[in-house]
Write a protein that binds this ligand. Sequence first.
Ligand code: SAH
Length: 249
Amino acid sequence: MGTVHLVGAGPGDPDLLTLRAARLLMSVPLIVHDGLVSTEILAMARSDARLVSVAKSRSRHSMPQDEINALLVREARAGRDVVRLKGGDPFIFGRGGEEAEACRAAGVAVEIVPGITSALGAAAAAQVPLTHRDHASIVSFVAGQCKGLSEQDWAGLAGKGRTLVIFMGVATSASIAEKLMADGLSPGTPVAVIENATRADMRVLRAPLAGLAGLVERERVKSPALIVIGEVAAEPDTSVRALALEIAR
Ligand code: SAH
């Protein structure tokens, strides 16, 4: 029997892979990956490895989840070690839980290799500290895709002293902003949108909450992007910093 390794590939930059992820990538005969995994990372695979894309996007499912589960189980039963490679971390909005369950139910050994979730990669790359002694001591990760958005209770997740990070929220950014303002969040709350974090084409865009939908539309923000809401997302005050540096000199 082979083992299924559920591996986090991080946010995109190959330098942000764990050593465990890199070692597995370079050694297994089969890699089953989703659309968020960058080509530079896939290029690290063994030259004779088989790469299977099961890319998912909001509007297009190239392989249904139960077929992915069945593929992992079938290959492991055939004696192959499989890397199931996912963007970011497998257990943060990555369906890693479902795939691990399917493997265990079929008696297949499964290992989880954590990755740097895009929330942490994006925050680092954009220099947005998710917690800060002056601004935030609570961080929440939420999924912003359409299904059931209005029924989700986000009250208390954003506001003073809190940072809210929204995954999969580009398409629904207008409803997200409305929902948060209806919950009492100030329209002036700082928002940063981080697109293609840690990749060469990364963009960091900012607006107050009330301007989020307009920003996404005007700048044609595309997935993958994260929306960070809270004081920590404010533009760093470079004038103050420059002055401090000037004085220090
Ligand atoms: N398991 C992944 C999340 C998968 S859900 C993780 O831990 O990061 C897919 C969402 O992740 C995207 O819609 C986007 O919101 C976010 N995302 C993934 N990679 C990203 C990147 N490089 N830059 C910005 N957002 C990213």
